[in-house]
Structure formats: C-alpha cells, structure tokens
Write a protein that binds this ligand. Sequence first.
Ligand code: NAP
Length: 489
Amino acid sequence: MTRVAIIGAGFGGVAAAAELLRQGFRDIVLLEKADRLGGVWRDNTYPGCACDVPAPLYSFSFALNPDWSRRYPPREEIISYLNRCAEKSGVSGLIRFGVEVASASWDGRQWCITLTDGVTLEADVLVPAVGQLSRPSIPSLPGAETFRGPAMHTAQWDPDVPVDGRRIGVIGTGASVIQLVPEIAGRADRVTVFQRTAPWTLPKPDRRYGPVRRAAYRKVPLLMRLSRAATWGLTLIQGAAVAGNPVVNPLVRGYSWAQRRWQVRDPELRAKVTPVEPLGCKRVLFTNAWLPALTRPDVDLVTEKIEEITPDGVRTADGVEHPCDVLVYGTGFAATEFLAPIRITGRDGVRLEDEWRGGAHAYLGMTVPGFPNMFLIYGPNTNTGNTSVIYFHESQARYLAQAVRRVAAEGNPLEVRAERATVYDQEIQERLADSVWTGCQSWYRTASGRVVTNWPGKAVEYRRRTARLDPADFIERVEEAAPQRAEAG
Ligand code: NAP
C-alpha cells in the first residue's frame, strides 16, 4: 500500500485526501497540529470573519452546498461545511489531531517525518498542505513590548479580551480589518484604525439565500451548477480588471470611485480612503460596511506613520499619542515563507529552505527538483486574487492522485527534472513581471520583489496544465528503483 502523509487538514488537505480516497487509495494520514480541522477558517475567529469569495464558488465541485445562508457566508458556516465534506468523503477518520510536524527528510526510499514530540513516521509520498496564510505576521514596531493592554493578531483573536466600551487600536486596513472594524464599531468606546495604504474596495454583492432558493437547490442541483457558473463569470470580469483590460479596468475603478463618493461624504476622509496603488496589486476588497464604519464619530482613520507603541497606545509621526486599551494587529501573514517552520530535507541532504533562498518555486506549484515524491497543495504561484483557491486545490489533488498511482505502480520515486522546473519557473516569472502584482509591495511578493504566491494566468489554464501528469517531466530512475511495496490503492 502506498503511504501518503498529508500535512494540514484545511481545505487543501481535505481536497487532497478526498481525491485520493475517491481514486481508491487507502493508506493516507493527515497530520494536523490543532485539535480540529479547518485551517485558516478554524484559526480566524475575529468578529465579522466571512468568506470574501462567493460561496457557490468557494465550495468543492464534488460537494456543492444547497444550504448556504447567504452568498458570502460567515466562517462558522464554512467550517461546518468543511467538516461535513470531510465526514462524508471519509477524510475525517484519517486525521491525526494534535500532531505537529517538525521536519521531514527523504532517506532515498521514503520520507521520514519527525513530529515536534519526537515521534517519527514514514511515508512514500509527502503532501504539505499547510496553506499560504497560516502564520501571522506582526511587525516589530518600536515599543510594542511596553504596551500595557492586551495585543493580538486578527488570526489569534482572543474572545476573552473585552471590546465593549474599550478603546481599540487596529493596525492595518487589509481583508481581515475591513471585516472586523464594522463589527466592533459601536460596541467599542472608540476604534482607531492605523492605515498605511488605502485598499481598493468594491460593493459586495452579498444577499441572503432564502428557504425557497435553498429548497430549489436541494431539489434541482443543476441550479447550483448554474449559480456557480454565473459566479465564475463575475470572477472573470474581476480578473480582466486586475489584468489591466483597457475596458474593464476603468469601469471597475469607476465603480470603486462611485462607492467612495456614495458612502463617504466628507472630502477629507474620502481623500484618505482613496487608493493610490494600481487596482489589484493587492487583493481588491468587497465590502458594504467598511467605508460607512469609518464615517462614524467613534471611529478614527489615522494615516500618519506609526512612530512607536507606547504603554498606553500608539504614537504617530505627527507626535500625537492615540490612547488604546487593546491593540489589534491586522497586519497579515508571512505568506512568502512557504512551509516554514517545517524543515524539509530532500535528496543528498538538500534543504528546501536553501533551495528556496531566492524565493519559493515549484513545478506547477507542486513539485521541486531534489525532493522526490513531494507534492504541495497551494504551493508557490498557485494563489488567485480573483477566483476560488479551492478550484486550484482540486486541480492539485487530481494531479497528486496521478502521481501516487504512478509511484504505486512502478515503485520508483517521482522527481521532477530540474531543467523542466527551471524553464517553467522562468516562464511564470516572466509573465508575472508584467503583472499588476509587481506594482506594489504585498504578501504576494518577497522582500526582493519576486512574486511567489500568485498564478499569472487564468484558473482554467492551471487546470489544463495540471490535468495530466506527463511522465517525461520526471527523472527516469529504473536502476535506483525502490523495492515495490504494494499495488495501487
Ligand atoms: P493583508 O491583506 O496583508 O493586510 C495587512 C495590512 O496590514 C495592510 O493594510 C498593511 O498595510 C498593514 N500593515 C502591515 N504591516 C504594517 C506596519 N508595519 N505598519 C502599518 N501597517 C502595516 O492581511 P489580511 O487582512 O490578514 O489579509 C490577508 C489575506 O487573507 C487576504 O488578502 C485574503 O486573501 C485573506 N483573507 C481572506 C478573507 C476571506 O474572507 N476569504 C478574510 C480575511 C483575509 P500595507 O497595505 O501598506 O502593506
């Protein structure tokens, strides 16, 4: 039996395991460091956390859900959806909770995985599925350690920290903060938002899904497919805008302008929330509540640079100290450091962190020369700014299943040819060099400017290119063949 170890039980890990099960493989384990599945949806519990991709698309193609309560459902619904999918597909029973992978090394025949408690296990195929947004990034601001009150990252929200009647300082204006602030404004005594760069926003076409629609979806699943297709069409428009389409881009920018004009009457505040960076170089944020929240008398938007954190608040470059009882870091994630802190050692003792020193790269976002039988889910250059990452996860899961079948059938490890991977990477980087994502600094890029997270083309191109595993992409290793352990499945 070919043994597959998947690291992480979020959407990516569940997608991979479900596909392998469907294809008849049984010796699968998911190693999950937390005590529940869910990945980012488990970790992010801040008030207002909800999907910003429409649910008809933010779903597995094999498990469309007639029961979404709305187009952009809250995280609780997404978590229970993922749990149901894992249960129904048989993945739940494969998860080992509370086990954290410290390292994995290839011994020439198999992967030896060491957990943080020292326990070891072996697998033929290693599938890191740890996501791109799993490790919070907190900037080291001067004086941060002197702050007297509670301080937390949006992804480490502590429900025991009181918000009501407190003065809350929120650093950042990204996807998480624009969901959080409208929820806590009005409950808090005052919310002070520290903005470095104004994000692009668009009205969120959210709506409730009533009982009639839900019943219709249950009765005629084709209707769900149609809704998914229509949503897909909308993401193509967004994609075209971000790609700089000369017709769509100005239209979408105009729509965003109209939203600011409509929702923010004060010209001074409107100037502050007007983005200066190119549309789409960071994630475009769909929201109906963010700008109105900023217009409230008990919410301040501070655009002066943060000078230091003091024991009682935040001092900005203009010398003003903004008193805060609680500090919230909505400062994003260390997305470009894929797989860290897990230490991965491949063939001939090569360390993945050394291989990736100039920026993470992987053939088709999944496999790296020198690291046989390792296939990443949501690896380098497989993120999308416009559509659903779950579509990418499913493409990767299907490719993975072909790889596992091949390993099982032939007994040889699969290692991508270095020259194929290099040519592929050059192509991806050349295309990205012309993309909007090089127009500003964001979590898509390393400090040196390489775009390591995003896919440069349309999602269907990725699906097409990963549809069939080409054996010619991999090194032939007949003479080094590992002893055949078992047949497929
Ligand atoms: P983010 O989009 O990376 O935003 C981080 C914010 O913190 C930015 O406004 C950034 O300013 C600011 N910041 C960072 N360092 C700072 C510093 N030293 N001083 C002042 N400001 C600083 O992070 P996020 O909001 O957590 O979202 C990350 C990603 O998670 C999103 O792009 C999205 O893909 C995902 N997400 C999804 C959902 C969903 O509904 N599906 C919800 C939340 C998040 P600059 O812009 O100037 O860098």
